[in-house]
Design a binder for this molecule. Structure first.
Ligand code: SF4
Length: 454
């Protein structure tokens, strides 16, 4: 799901919008420019003057024009002031004029006091819309797709203090959701038709630390998370559980042994690397070495068959020399990732890395990032080709047309987009939102593998 943000007014609004973006990204949304066509638009409004009010309305209108079907959200000060105006005039829409008109093109109003619940509110509205579509039987394929996979945030906060990251400063302390609460949400999602849940958190590996007297998440040995996954795995209707980003240090032999015993956990692990150079990792305050990271990858490959190991890498961290960058390029090849997300280092005010000497120029960052992206694409292709001839469980989501032919498409448990010919439309529709075995035979497009239904 794509979400576009726009911030109006003061610095506090800009700061809060950044925080919202992080929350949405953590929950698996793709943040796009406000000008792009998105599924959701969030405008953090301002009301300091009449002109600010007018601009807030104008931008809300623009969001609606960008995509008639999008969810348009008005958040912040103008919501408070418009709400107050409505209250003052006894909620008379006739008298309220432009404020009343807002209801015709805005789907959700989130006042300042409720901004921290924005993600939750948007998720709820999305689910309500999907449920309405299903109940009416008028769902288009896109609607079914939205139903297949859902994200569940189980933890907030982080106390790792990576030197490039602002999150530990802007979020409160570690806070984990009770397992019963998460299981309940998984049950509700299953009832709405969701078949796959993605368990996410700001620092998922710290899940449950606040329930104990442990000082470090490594002391936990991932036990609370394992307990949570076992519980979610028992929810009827949920076919698969995918894990969000994990800190490499949670991957011990004991943890992996237990993890592979939990049914429904997908063999897809996102282990944030950030750099393949030990000196850079130290400057980043990441608490592992590249050799330790490789041991984790090795363990996952011992206990799971051909697991997809995906990662994030930062290009152009302060003081990153050419040699250090080359080490990262070599390392990612050794780790043989199935997919890499490459980010150019971006300065965040208030972090230690922002104050470091030796910032890398934008041009060098761009060159290094392009090179890493190319390496990542090669690795991805190689991993996918290794799946030819194997059997994959695919959760089908939608019917797509490629080259004039209908295909049933979805994601395999290893998160590889896979499509099979949708011969009989009845059979194809029946398989939407269902898991089926596919023997992979080759590539359909750059991004999609193809195969035969077993
Ligand atoms: S682990 Fe590091 S990068 Fe991740 S949220 Fe915590 S401080 Fe930020």
């Amino acid at each position: 799901m794509k979400v576009g943000f726009l911030s109006l007014g003061c610095k506090v609004n800009y700061y809060e919008t950044e925080k919202m973006k992080q929350q949405f990204e953590e929950a698996g949304y793709q943040v796009v420019s406000f000008e792009e066509k998105a599924d959701i638009y969030i405008i953090n409004t301002c009301t300091v003057t009449n002109i600010a009010d007018r601009k807030s309305r104008k931008m809300l209108h623009r969001a609606r024009r960008n995509n008639q079907d999008a969810i348009v959200v008005a958040a912040g000060c103008y919501v408070d002031s418009a709400g107050k105006k409505m209250d003052d005039i006894g909620n008379s829409r006739e008298k309220a004029g432009v404020e009343a008109e807002l209801h015709t093109f805005v789907d959700l109003f989130v006042p300042n006091a409720e901004k921290d619940k924005l993600l939750e509110k948007v998720g709820k509205l999305q689910r309500e819309r999907c449920a309405a579509v299903l109940a009416s039987g008028t769902g288009k394929e896109e609607d079914v797709k939205k139903h297949t996979r859902a994200y569940i945030k189980v933890q907030d906060g982080c106390s790792q203090y990576c030197t490039y990251c602002i999150i530990p400063y802007v979020r409160g302390p570690l806070k984990s959701r009770a397992a019963e609460d998460v299981v309940k949400e998984a049950g509700q999602l299953a009832a709405e038709g969701v078949r796959e849940v993605v368990i996410t958190g700001i620092h998922l590996s710290s899940y449950g630390m606040d329930f104990t007297d442990k000082k470090s998440f490594t002391d936990l040995q991932g036990k609370p998370l394992l307990g949570l996954l076992s519980a979610v795995s028992q929810v009827e209707g949920i076919a698969r559980i995918r894990l969000g980003s994990l800190e490499p240090r949670i991957i011990t032999e004991g943890f992996v042994k237990e993890l592979c015993r939990i049914p429904k956990v997908c063999p897809h692990f996102h282990l944030s690397l950030q750099s393949g150079c030990d000196a850079t990792l130290r400057r980043m305050n990441r608490h592992y070495t590249t050799e330790e990271y490789l041991d984790c990858v090795q363990l996952l490959r011992e206990y799971f068959t051909a697991p997809a190991i995906t990662t994030d890498v930062i290009a152009g961290f302060p003081q990153e020399t050419r040699e250090e960058f080359e080490k990262t390029c070599d390392f990612v090849q050794r780790a043989a990732f199935s997919q890499m997300h490459v980010f150019k280092y971006s300065r965040r005010h208030g972090t230690m890395a922002d104050a470091m000497e030796g910032q890398v120029s934008e041009q060098v960052k761009a060159e290094r990032s392009s090179r890493l992206i190319a390496v990542g694409q090669g690795l991805e292709k190689r991993y996918q080709e290794g799946l030819y001839g194997t059997e994959e469980e695919v959760l089908f989501e939608e019917i797509v047309q490629i080259g004039g032919v209908n295909y049933l498409a979805g994601y395999s448990e290893r998160y590889v987009r896979t499509a099979v010919k949708a011969d009989g439309i009845y059979k194809a529709e029946r398989l939407c939102n269902a898991v089926a075995d596919v023997r992979i035979t080759g590539r359909l497009t750059e991004e999609i593998l193809t195969g035969e239904l077993k």
